[in-house]
Design a protein around this ligand. Structure first.
Ligand SMILES: NC(=O)c1ccc[n+]([C@@H]2O[C@H](COP(=O)([O-])OP(=O)(O)OC[C@H]3O[C@@H](n4cnc5c(N)ncnc54)[C@H](O)[C@@H]3O)[C@@H](O)[C@H]2O)c1
Length: 326
C-alpha cells in the first residue's frame, strides 16, 4: 500500500480533528507539526509523538512531506498555502479559504500551476450521511429545494474587531459550512450547484458579532435554497433539509453524529441511508483526498470551486439582491 508523508501546520483547536483523521488513515504517516506558539507546539508534539517545528518552512525542508494540512486561521492561510503549492505539495486548506474570495482565487491560480492538489476542508461534503442522502435525492431526479440553518450564541472574538485581520465575518468564516452545504445538496454527483441569483436580508443585532442573515438562493440546477444564519441567538443549532419530488429529508447536524429523518410518498421500506455505498461510516475528507491523490483525480472541494462558495457567502453578508454575475 502506498504511504504518503503528512504534516500539519497550525496546532490549534481544530488541528486536533485533522490529526485524528490522519491517524486513522492507514495510507498517511504523520511526520511533523509546525506551530508558532511554543506551548501548543510542545503539547501536540508530545501527544502525537512527532517532531515539532516553530517555522513551518524548516519542517517542509526536513520532512519532505507529500501531504500538508494548513489549519491556521483564514488570515494566515494564503501565504502558507501558496508556499506549499509552489513546492508541489498536496495541500488541505481550512475554511474559510482566505479572508475573501479574492484570496481564494489567488490560491486557486497557484493550485492550477502546481504538481500538488489542493482540497478545501468543507467537511460537510464528506459526511457519509450527507453523501448517502445525495444519492437518494439524485435517484429521485435531484433536489427541488434545500435549506440550512446555522445559528450560534454570541461567540467572541468571532465577529468582533479583535478578529478583523485573521477571520472574515462569521457567515463567511463559520456559517460558510452550511452555505456550501446548500450548494452541495442542490448539486449532484461530484458537482456542487452554482448560485445564479441571491436575495439576502441582513438584520444584524446591536451586540458585536450578532450577525444575522436570511437568504434565498436560486441555483443553476433549478433548485432553490434558503439559508438562515443567526449569531447572538439561543443555541448552537446546525440543521439542513433537502426535498425532491415526493421525497423529503431533514438532517440534524448539531451533534457529533448526523441524524436524518426521511419521508417519501410511497415505498417507505427503501428509506435507509446506505453508508456502505458511499465509503462506509468512517469516510471523511482526509480519506477522499488520499483517494484523489493516489488516483490522480481532483477532490470534490477544489480551491476553484470554493471561490463560488466564498462569493455566495459574500453576497449573503452584503445583502445582495438579484442575479450573481462573474
Ligand atoms: N471544519 C471545521 O469544522 C472547523 C472547526 C473549527 C475551526 N475550523 C477552522 O480551522 C482553522 C483553525 O481554527 P482553530 O480554532 O484551530 O484556530 P486556532 O487559532 O486555535 O489555531 C490556529 C493555530 O495556527 C497557528 N499558526 C498561525 N500562523 C502559523 C504559522 N505561520 N506557522 C505555524 N502555526 C501557525 C496559531 O498559533 C494557532 O495555534 C480556522 O480557519 C477555522 O475556521 C474549522
Amino acid at each position: 500500500m502506498s504511504e504518503l508523508k503528512a504534516v500539519v501546520i497550525g496546532c490549534g483547536g481544530h488541528a486536533q480533528s485533522h490529526l485524528r483523521m490522519i491517524d486513522k488513515e492507514p495510507r498517511l504517516r504523520l511526520l511533523g507539526v509546525a506551530e508558532i506558539d511554543a506551548i501548543r507546539r510542545e503539547k501536540t508534539q508530545v501527544e502525537w509523538q512527532v517532531e515539532g517545528f516553530a517555522d513551518y518552512r524548516l519542517m517542509l525542508d526536513a520532512c519532505k512531506p507529500d501531504f500538508v494540512v494548513v489549519a491556521t486561521m483564514p488570515g494566515h492561510l494564503k501565504a502558507i498555502v501558496i508556499d506549499c503549492l509552489e513546492r508541489g505539495l498536496h495541500t488541505t486548506v481550512e475554511k474559510a479559504p482566505g479572508m475573501d474570495s479574492g484570496e481564494t482565487r489567488s490560491m486557486a491560480a497557484v493550485a492550477a500551476q502546481s504538481a500538488g492538489k489542493a482540497m478545501v476542508s468543507f467537511n460537510r461534503r464528506y459526511f457519509p450521511h450527507i453523501l448517502a442522502l445525495r444519492q437518494m435525492v439524485a435517484s429521485r431526479g435531484g433536489a427541488v429545494h434545500c435549506a440550512a440553518t446555522y445559528n450560534k450564541p454570541l461567540s467572541p472574538p468571532m465577529g468582533t474587531p479583535t478578529w478583523d485581520r485573521i477571520a472574515p465575518d462569521p457567515v463567511i468564516c463559520d456559517a460558510i459550512h452550511h452555505v456550501d452545504l446548500l450548494r452541495w445538496l442542490a448539486g449532484s454527483g461530484t458537482r456542487a450547484a452554482m448560485p445564479v441569483e441571491v436575495y439576502a436580508q441582513v438584520h444584524d443585532g446591536v451586540e458585536q458579532g450578532a450577525h444575522r442573515h436570511s437568504a434565498l438562493v436560486r441555483f443553476d440546477t433549478g433548485a432553490c435554497g434558503v439559508l438562515m444564519s443567526h449569531y447572538g441567538v439561543g443555541a448552537r443549532i446546525q440543521r439542513a433539509e433537502v426535498h425532491a419530488d415526493d421525497f423529503s429529508a431533514y438532517l440534524e447536524l448539531t451533534g457529533a453524529l448526523p441524524v436524518a429523518e426521511i419521508y417519501q410518498v410511497a415505498n417507505e421500506s427503501e428509506l435507509v441511508l446506505d453508508l456502505q455505498a458511499v465509503g462506509g461510516a468512517d469516510f471523511d475528507e482526509t480519506r477522499h483526498f488520499v483517494d484523489c491523490i493516489l488516483a490522480d483525480k481532483q477532490p470534490w472541494s477544489t480551491l476553484d470551486d470554493a471561490v463560488h462558495t466564498m462569493r455566495l457567502c459574500e453576497a449573503i453578508r452584503y445583502g445582495h439582491r438579484g442575479p450573481l454575475t462573474e
